[in-house]
Design a protein around this ligand. Structure first.
Ligand code: FAD
Length: 496
């Protein structure tokens, strides 16, 4: 409540925040987590907590009156539709040159993401986190993160035969015919549950398109892993629909200003609490926006000049290919991706073979590529508009397109196929307007020390994807989790 004092306040309940909360609580510290999104623990009017990708409703989007689907068109027709404005689960946050998709609610991005749980190849780690010792990451913190997140692998024999992965097998066939390395990748979706739903012995979930707007059954989101364990300590409380707007020094602790939100986004109340330590775990965009504003407006003037810098999109770019009529990808596609085409070393691209879970045959192969895009953007405070801007330009995706083409131009030439031009507009091949993987903005060993302690203030920490300078070479959440495990262990040992 208003005026309260807490030892530790954690802003955000995504991967970084959940690791911090669990480990601090296990060390005997009381933790209060503040989450702007909803709890997502109560069924809606249809008896389900989450809605599937085929029928987005009020639950789907964060404070929008129209859906903003990543694939916006199909066969030339726009597929977005009006929805009531509500504190829904997926935020399509628009900056000048890019839309950044993020999860909102207890569990952050773990609520909405594809669950692909990929540890970077060790040879690429130096390019991911140059100031971190790879030995300790690969011997201790990556294994710890994988175990706590519940990472598991699809049964290859089952994957070879089941209808719902036909799209992935078509992806493999085309990759291998063009001599690209193709790998099955781990996931946090419970693969035994998926076997059951595909066989018709459990309620359909992944095979019914549950993913982007939450998953009701098989996905091990943070609510089922780190946060369940954290709550079980009895030391962690979470305030939902509460958004932190300010952190500033107050004596030997910090004054934190928090807005309580109604589900239409209006402000129900404004509160102030004090905290001895504050962890910024609001995600790359959330943490960067807060720190950029607080430095510029004088609340935290001693933050250094690295705040807001080094932001990247993990080189995300989407594309569809049009397959021949004799090469269908399947009407029923599980929404959980399990495979990727690895052309990182030669072409700078790792392409996830992604589903289009529409329920009808599309004859499309769809890919989300992670590329070695070198461009980095900066957050700045826009005083006249009273908001934080990001200077990413759409044209900065061109290196990503070129790297993705290193895979798909070759596959198209070999297969005698072409790109789909109907998925992102009318005659638009590349989904170059968005990212699912925001990273950076408060980079490790630059805006913070080498363990996430913010420069200029003792007791302020960053613990989320904003520490990572823009690219992880694969999907990011395992690296965000492992880095948080490394940093919190040091912070608990030396700061408490
Ligand atoms: P987040 O998980 O973003 O958590 C931050 C939390 O802070 C959020 O809950 C947010 O609501 C809250 N918050 C923000 N600002 C405030 C504030 N001011 N006050 C209070 N609370 C606040 N990654 C993978 O590795 N594999 C995948 O398959 C994958 N698929 C994805 C698919 C989609 C559609 C999306 C959107 C992302 C995907 N990702 C995937 C990315 C992954 O989810 C993110 O990298 C990850 O969630 C980032 O973790 P984080 O701890 O940095 O922050």
């Amino acid at each position: 409540g208003d005026g309260a004092h807490v030892p530790v306040l954690v802003i955000g309940t995504g991967y970084g925040g959940s690791v911090a909360a669990l480990r601090l609580a296990q060390a005997g510290v009381d933790v209060h987590m503040v989450e702007m999104g909803m709890a997502w623990d109560t069924p809606g009017p249809d008896g389900k907590i989450f809605v599937n990708t085929k029928s987005p409703d009020f639950r789907a989007y964060w404070l929008r009156t129209r859906t903003k689907q990543p694939i916006s068109n199909f066969l030339g027709f726009p597929i977005d539709k009006d929805v009531p404005r509500y504190t829904g689960i997926l935020d399509a946050e628009e900056f000048g040159g890019i839309i950044v998709y993020q999860g909102r609610g207890v569990g952050g991005g773990s609520l909405v993401n594809g669950g692909m749980a990929v540890t970077p190849k060790r040879e690429n780690f130096g390019g991911v986190l140059p100031s971190v010792n790879p030995d300790e990451m690969y011997s201790t913190y990556y294994p710890r993160a994988n175990a706590e997140l519940g990472v598991n692998n699809v049964d290859p024999a089952w994957w070879e035969t089941v209808d719902c992965y036909q799209y992935a097998r078509v992806g493999r066939k085309h990759a291998q015919r063009s001599n690209f390395a193709f790998t099955l990748v781990p996931n946090v979706y419970d693969m035994n549950y998926m076997k059951q739903e595909a066989a018709g012995t459990a309620t359909k979930s992944a095979v019914d398109g549950e993913i982007l707007y939450g998953n009701n059954y098989g996905k091990k989101s943070l609510q089922k892993t780190y946060l369940a364990k954290a709550r079980a300590t009895g030391r962690v409380q979470i305030s939902t629909l509460h958004r932190v707007t300010s952190v500033s020094p107050s004596g030997s602790s910090y004054r934190v200003v928090i807005e309580q939100l109604n589900t239409d986004g209006s402000i129900a109340a404004t509160k102030a609490v004090t905290a001895d330590r504050v962890f910024f775990s609001a995600g790359s965009v959330g943490t960067s926006k807060l720190l950029t504003k607080l430095k510029a407006t004088g609340a935290l003037p001693n933050l250094n000049g690295e705040v807001g810098k080094g932001w990247g999109d993990n080189g995300n770019v989407m594309v569809g290919r049009a397959n021949h009529l004799w090469d269908p990808t399947g009407a029923v596609q599980t929404s959980i991706p399990t495979a990727g085409i690895d052309n990182w070393a030669a072409g700078g691209a790792f392409a996830e073979v992604a589903p289009i879970p529409t329920g009808i045959e599309t004859w499309a192969s769809f890919y989300l590529s992670i590329t070695k895009n070198p461009n980095r953007a900066q957050f700045t405070w826009n005083a006249s508009a009273n908001k934080v801007d990001l200077n990413w330009q759409t044209a900065w995706k061109q290196p990503s397109i070129d790297m993705a083409k290193s895979i798909f131009d070759k596959i198209n030439a070999k297969e005698g196929t072409i790109y789909r031009t109907d998925l992102f507009g009318v005659y638009k091949i590349w989904g170059d307007h968005l990212t699912y993987h925001p990273l950076g903005g408060a980079v490790l060993n630059k805006a913070t020390d080498n363990y996430g302690r913010l420069a200029g203030y003792s007791g302020l920490y960053v613990m989320d994807g904003s520490l990572i300078p823009g690219n992880t070479s694969v999907n990011p959440f395992v690296t965000i989790t492992a880095l948080a495990e490394r940093n919190i262990e040091r912070i608990i040992a030396t700061d408490l």
